[in-house]
Write a protein that binds this ligand. Sequence first.
Ligand code: NAD
Length: 362
Amino acid sequence: VTIGVARESAAGERRVALTPETAKKLVAAGARVRVERGLGRFARFTDEAYADAGAELVDGDPLADADVALCVQAPSVAAIAAMKPGAVLVGALQPQADEARGAAIRERGIVAFPLERLPRTTRAQAMDILSSQAGMAGYKAVLIAAQLAPRFFPMLTTAAGTIRPSKVLIVGAGVAGLQAVATARRLGAQVECFDVRPETREQIESLGGRFLDLGVSAAGEGGYARQLSDEERALQQQRLAEHLKGIDVIVCTAAVPGRPAPKIVSAAMVAGMKPGSVVVDLAAETGGNCELTQRGQTIETDNGVVVAGPLDLASQGALHASEMFARNLYNFVSLLLREGTLAFDWDDELLSKTVWPERAAG
Ligand code: NAD
């Protein structure tokens, strides 16, 4: 099996789908590994490290003769169209997000595994790119908030007097939100967090956060949240608005699968916050949890509240994010490799539920 990895083409993407560590493991499993020269430059992996791991460095397009292509974001339509018919493509492919991309995958007969489709079962955890990348995003979002805030996060007792700790509210306690709770706690802030899934209370508390009970519980299917009803949303909004007056920093991480981000922090709520407060909205990519969030921008309101909607947060921690992403991919590709050749066990739901286009049953 020949595995090919090209440099990422999406703007701002610093991560890579293969590290020297996973290259070495794939070579040991009998694969031939070919990477484009300069692949790991922005994630800080050198060509020498890949070569030492047993990978071949190539100057042209390593996808063109690959049986398996690995990527973080989907390659360009032209690169997909140049792949071997029937080759495997694995990564955060989002085939439905771009019609031309989806068409190129179909027309070339590519066996695509968009890993964001992976069922989130216990066995799949080691391959779960959504979780591994959300951890970095939650961590970075808190650091951005700390950087934008005109205050300390920890309590300080100094000769110049005592400084109160910052009050940080994390909205949503999924993977990103829980990492945000942990990170803000390590910086010494007083941390509160809420979610509509009641089981998050224990998780938040185990990280040293306080569960903010807004009286709304909306657990949905597969361990995810469902969308709130109008009444539930109104109740959540009313209780939250009152509470936000005492909050210094909000980090938003709430999401509902397959839907735009739920709008939780309204413009009126931000108008009621103290000057110098900060909102960092990690959900900016899917529309934002805050009504004022602008994709990729940092704005300041008339009452002196800064609202940031950073994009590419996982990419900002490209070295560790890549290590985790590449291990996720390695673990998934291991399901397809048998004694150095490709084999598809379509009875395995991790394959059959992830593959795109969906295969007819039987
Ligand atoms: P996500 O990114 O889809 O959502 C983030 C959080 O936002 C979720 O906790 C959700 O409950 C919350 N949310 C949605 N609407 C809200 C609202 N109106 N107000 C407040 N909060 C709201 O979720 P995720 O981080 O990808 O994963 C969520 C959960 O899925 C995990 O915490 C875990 O329980 C489960 N999960 C399981 C596995 C596994 O077993 N393999 C892997 C990952 C996640």
